[in-house]
Design a protein around this ligand. Structure first.
Ligand code: SAM
Ligand code: SF4
Length: 329
């Protein structure tokens, strides 16, 4: 079992497989002028598989594939096939924007992948375009329909943004009436890839909940699963649940069980740190498994107690501004 210096179990890896994306969500990356990583900077599938194998041996039980948009990376299905065969890995999950996902769902299901987080901030086509700069809402809704058709475990993630999608909060909650999904609202964080502004958190988890309570006063708190990053609720009579992720308020750090590896191989022991060691470089200079394992253990024995401490300890003293797509959000 992997423990950090605060005696928190580490059993969950979020793996960013690419920084590229087919949308341009304004809270995640600029619309133009993005310098994508060169192919050689990305960890190869072989390198990723080696590190995942090591981490699973060390105690990681769940891996979530994220990015960027995982399905824009060439041969991702072959990689998922290899990963799904990893002995000791209990759960393989994916976070996707849903643009390319629908036709792949039967194959994902065959690989034993059940848990899909689908990002969808609005149900309105014009607002979708305003947020993502692409007219892809129909493809994303098709993915949602197909996921339900194949009985996948779906969490729908929506970032709540002043002036952008407040009119969507209630319609998104209403999806839980007929759909057995969890609709989760996320506080907007400053990871927008554009140092020009540090968003002020107007819509924190309390304000989001109060907005829902105004329309659904009967909404009640339910037990949060272990290591949950969301506060979870249920509206009587609905098939699904509602969650709120205090990603910016950072009230869930006390039980944080996750680490991240960015597409360029940087290990992050907290979303808000700026990377504690580069695993890709260790692999490429030829270090053996034991050396890499010891380095991982060392990194975890210096883990910040929460996101506020991690942000304060950043080597780069600039305010947090890197794109979420480059850190495996
Ligand atoms: N492209 C995939 C997707 O959108 O689902 C996976 C990567 S994306 C970076 C992962 C999650 O991060 C998405 O649910 C997205 O909404 C969230 N995200 C990105 N930037 C964010 C920000 N500045 N604040 C809060 N959540 C953010
Ligand atoms: Fe792409 Fe996901 Fe970032 Fe949107 S949130 S730009 S879909 S990586």
């Amino acid at each position: 079992m992997l423990l950090d210096n605060h005696r928190r179990t580490i059993n969950y890896l979020r793996l960013g497989v690419t920084d590229r994306c087919n949308l341009r969500c304004f809270y995640c990356m600029p619309e133009k002028g993005i310098d994508w990583l060169k192919r050689t900077e990305l960890m190869s599938y072989e390198e990723l598989l080696r590190i995942c194998t090591l981490l699973v041996k060390m105690g990681v039980e769940k891996i979530r594939i994220t990015g960027g948009e995982p399905f824009v990376r060439t041969d991702i299905m072959q990689f998922l096939t290899s990963l799904s065969g990893l002995k000791g890995l209990k759960e393989l999950a994916i976070t996707t924007n849903g643009v390319l996902t629908a036709p792949l769902i039967p194959e994902l299901k065959k690989l034993g992948i059940r848990n899909i987080n689908l990002s969808l901030d609005t149900l309105d086509r014009n607002r979708f375009f305003a947020i993502t700069h692409r007219d892809e809402l129909p493809a994303v809704l098709d993915t949602l329909e197909q996921l339900l058709h194949h009985n996948m475990d779906v969490k729908l993630n929506a970032v709540v943004m002043q002036g952008k999608n407040l009119d969507d909060i209630i319609p998104l909650v209403e999806l839980t009436k007929q759909m057995p999904i969890s609709v989760r609202f996320i506080e907007e964080m400053p990871f927008n890839g554009d140092g020009s502004h540090y968003p002020i958190l107007e819509w924190d988890h309390v304000k989001i909940l109060n907005t829902i309570k105004d329309i659904y006063p009967g909404i009640r708190k339910i037990t949060d699963p272990s290591y949950s990053t969301s506060y979870n609720y249920h509206i009587p009579g609905h098939k699904g649940n509602v969650g709120i992720i205090a990603a910016y308020t950072r009230s869930f750090c006390g039980t944080c069980n996750r680490i991240r590896i960015t597409p360029q191989g940087m290990l992050k022991t907290c979303l808000y740190d700026d990377g504690v060691m580069n695993i890709r470089d260790m692999v490429r200079v030829g270090h053996n498994d034991e050396y890499i394992q010891n380095s991982l253990i060392q990194a975890l024995s210096n883990r910040a107690k929460d996101g506020w401490e991690a942000e304060k300890n950043r080597k780069e003293k600039n305010p947090v501004h890197e794109s979420m797509a480059t850190i495996g959000g």
